[in-house]
Ligand binder design. Structure first.
Ligand SMILES: O=C(O)CCC(=O)C(=O)O
Ligand SMILES: [Fe+2]
Length: 336
């Protein structure tokens, strides 16, 4: 495994304008095209909020198992709440991490016959009674990460020589937000080291906050490269929606997390932003010099992407959380 650094970009250069902005856009295009991953500094999110999020996450995972299970995801048709170690699958194998999933806080939609099944993704989050401050901290975090992701989406549009607001109609009613608080326990001898198996993310963009422990690895030119945590930065990666929108010009890159050594736990938060559920993936008209390099998205025949965002998101959720699928979507699995 290599220790090579991923590119590091500074978002304050984008806001500064002039030469600094041009340099940022050039670096962004290069990082997203060649690597699919980069560190982001200068994002403007307060270090205090970051500490509060990691602290509430630590407190949550330290709760007695029975209290965590009170907010188990299997209670929620909206895929919100707690998943035990081994409860989520990647490539059909259990991931050795426990996690707490949050999305946009919304009322439940009453589904009528013939309506789109992905409407059922909308609804309330679950929150543990034991941590009354958790809700406000985590929702503030989700909102701030949404703002940073939206700024990045504008920057991507410009970097691809599009109108800055070319993606806005796909997030106008509120992009699809999905936040995970994650804890990777140290592996015991003989146990699997699949913290999370090799995968690409499905949305537009992902922002990962790593605590102090390394573990996130990125596949570059056939080699797993460690994304060493850098304080004050997020790791940003391109998801399959941006790859699809740019006809493969931008790259969604495989990555994984290797479990920490025995006795060490790794904390992270991952925020995935996609287009709103009722959107279709926008297909950009690239200028000829960029289009010449856009060879189509690298799709996995075993897991075809749908251009309809809600359908794509629901398919991903059903594959990852089989218990939720069985409990709440038994009637739909054949359709998807
Ligand atoms: O925990 C991390 O560092 C990354 C997690 C990840 O890639 C994911 O959940 O999609
Ligand atoms: Fe990921």
């Amino acid at each position: 495994m290599s220790q090579t650094r991923l590119p590091l970009l500074d978002l304050s250069q984008f806001h500064a304008g002039g030469q600094a902005r041009q340099q940022f856009l050039q670096q962004l295009r290069h990082a997203a095209r060649e690597v699919g991953f980069f560190y982001l500094a200068g994002h403007g999110i307060s270090p205090q909020l970051e500490q509060d999020v990691l602290s509430v996450s630590r407190q949550f995972f330290a709760l007695p198992q029975q209290q965590k299970d009170q907010v188990a995801m299997v209670n929620s048709p909206h895929f919100r709440g707690y998943t035990r170690v081994g409860g989520e699958l990647t490539l059909g194998k259990p991931d050795w991490r426990e996690q707490f999933d949050v999305m946009r806080e919304a009322p439940t939609v009453k589904l009528h016959y013939g309506e789109q099944p992905w409407l059922r993704l909308q609804g309330p989050n679950q929150w543990p009674d034991a941590l009354p401050a958790m809700r406000d901290t985590i929702l503030a975090w989700q909102d701030q990460l949404t703002d940073v992701s939206t700024t990045l989406l504008h920057a991507f549009a410009i970097a691809l020589e599009q109108e800055e607001h070319v993606f806005d109609h796909t997030i106008r009613n509120g992009p699809f937000q999905h936040l995970k608080l994650i804890r990777y326990p140290g592996r015991q001898p003989g146990e699997s080291d699949q913290g999370v198996g090799a995968h690409k993310d499905a949305g537009y963009l992902t922002l990962v906050l790593q605590g102090d422990e390394p573990g996130l690895e990125v596949l570059l030119d056939g080699e797993w490269v460690l994304a060493t945590p850098i304080p004050g930065t997020f790791v940003v990666n391109i998801g399959e929606l941006l790859e699809l929108a740019s006809n493969g010009y931008l790259k969604a890159t495989l990555h994984r997390v290797v479990s920490p050594a025995p006795g060490i736990a790794r904390l992270s938060t991952a925020f995935f932003m996609a287009a709103q559920l009722d959107a279709d993936v926008p297909l950009l008209k690239l200028p000829p010099h960029l289009a010449a390099e856009a060879k189509g998205p690298a799709s996995d025949p075993a897991n075809p992407l749908f251009y309809q965002v809600g359908r794509n998101v629901l398919k991903g959720r059903l594959r990852s959380h089989v218990d939720v699928a069985d409990a709440h979507y038994g009637d739909l699995e054949a359709v998807l």
